[in-house]
Design a protein around this ligand. Structure first.
Ligand code: SF4
Length: 431
């Protein structure tokens, strides 16, 4: 069977589609790059905003045009909240809800997935792992919070975590396949273990991975600020844990945060960021911000903007609030005009760009470990290698060798428009 896999949205969706690819290959099926060559197409959709929902529908239509003969199986958050809309699209053979997503491959192929059959998984994936450097691993799904703007809780259900031993085994396998970095993902990663009563389950998981696997780099995806205690930062004494924290703030104004039902405030967030920076030198802190949440006045936005400036994030995803039916915020009054949202978004984007440059600039001249991820072209002098430092600065270096999947000490030389120009220290390249 030939399968084409596509995903939209967050890293969790990416982790899920990667896991499906591994399962299909383990069962002897072929994952193809071109939709036109596939018998079946699986689409993992997103519904975080109206735009994401529209893109999900658009992608299904586009894939159907590319291959009208293929049966399309649609899953993910948009399929969860609007199965009827999806079902009417041409080519859609079935819609699989999020709770059954983990069994999608079994359902489609009719073959059970053998998670303990390590050897075939290793063999099947080894070829396809060439050029793959960073694996996303889903360790948790669902969320028990009730942020008023969030459709994800509706789409993903209550929080549930994978057993530690299961995650350790998967990371070991991925490392054997050649992956150099594992990124732990979840809808609400910080709540890992809460469903079995452990308040510091994520810290235990990270410790287990650092102790029981040899994966060279471990990275955490998004963490809600209220899930982290200052003790958590002790984990970074181990240099294999990447110095990058993505802490979604959503708004820098206490009144807006309250309406969003976020369990943090300016003061708490400031304290957390200060503690993190103190304990982890060179830490990159990034965030998500929503502008134009219902009732966000000019004054609230001004407070938010000032606080965001003070936090000096090294990167920021700025979203314009989009009303999602079924959420508490959808029933709130005082919607913000689209034109106002656009202006606020543009202001924060500008702030984000400046802060990103400042962070890169502070790191210039330093020698940092870079995991080279891909080649973006070639010049007369060599290949253009692109990679990321452990603290998530995008770098590129022209080098006679393809460095993909190597980790090299690398000097950061100069800020360029799309990345920092860098020099891998040749005598210390070990790959
Ligand atoms: S913490 Fe809030 S924003 Fe994040 S998934 Fe849960 S409800 Fe949604």
């Amino acid at each position: 069977m030939k399968v084409h896999l596509r995903t939209l949205g967050c890293r969790l969706n990416q982790a899920e589609i990667d896991s499906m690819a591994r399962q299909f290959r383990q069962q002897g099926h072929e994952v193809v790059d071109e939709a036109a060559a596939a018998d079946h197409i699986v689409v993992n959709t997103c519904a975080v905003t109206h735009d994401a929902s529209r893109s999900s529908r658009h992608l299904v239509r586009e894939l159907n045009r590319a291959n009208p003969e293929a049966s399309i199986i649609v899953t993910g958050c948009y399929a969860q909240i609007a199965p009827g809309d999806i079902q009417t699209l041409h080519g859609v053979a079935s819609v699989v809800d999020n709770l059954n997503k983990d069994h999608l491959v079994e359902q489609l192929t009719g073959q059970p997935f053998e998670p303990f059959d390590h050897e075939p998984l290793y063999r099947a994936d080894k070829r396809s792992a060439i050029g793959r450097t960073r694996a996303f691993i889903k360790v948790q799904d669902g969320c028990d919070n009730a942020c008023t703007f969030c459709i994800t809780t509706v789409a993903r259900g209550a929080g549930r975590s994978r057993p530690v031993a299961d995650v350790v085994r998967e990371v070991r396998e991925l490392h054997e396949m050649g992956y150099q970095e594992a990124v732990l993902t979840g809808v609400h990663l910080g709540s890992y273990g809460h469903d079995w009563g452990s308040r510091d389950g994520l810290a235990h998981l990270v410790l287990a991975l650092l102790t029981d696997t040899d994966i060279p780099r471990l990275r955490l995806s998004s963490l809600e600020p209220w899930d982290i205690s200052p003790d958590f930062f002790d984990l970074w004494q181990n240099e294999r844990l990447c110095r990058h924290l993505h802490l979604p703030l959503q708004s820098g104004c206490d009144a807006t945060l309250k309406r969003m039902l976020r369990r943090t405030s300016q003061a708490q967030f400031r304290e957390l960021v200060q503690a993190a920076r103190q304990r982890i030198p060179g830490l990159n802190i990034t965030t998500d911000i929503i502008v134009g949440f219902p009732g966000e006045t000019d004054d609230e936005f001004a407070r938010s903007e000032a606080f965001i400036g003070e936090m000096d994030f090294a990167g920021m995803h700025v979203f314009r609030y989009s009303r999602r039916e079924g959420t508490a915020a959808a029933r709130m009054r005082q919607p913000v005009l689209e034109t106002v949202k656009k202006i606020r978004s543009a202001r924060l984007h500008q702030l984000a760009q400046q802060a990103e440059l400042r962070f890169a600039w502070h790191n210039l001249g330093q020698t940092l470990p870079v995991l080279w991820e891909q080649i973006s072209g070639a010049t007369e002098d060599g290949f253009i290698n692109v990679g990321y430092t452990d603290n998530y600065i995008r770098v590129r270096a022209v080098h006679p060798r393809v460095l993909t999947n190597c980790i090299t000490p690398t000097r950061l030389d100069e800020i360029m428009p799309d990345a920092v120009r860098a020099t891998p220290l040749l005598e210390r390249i070990d790959c």
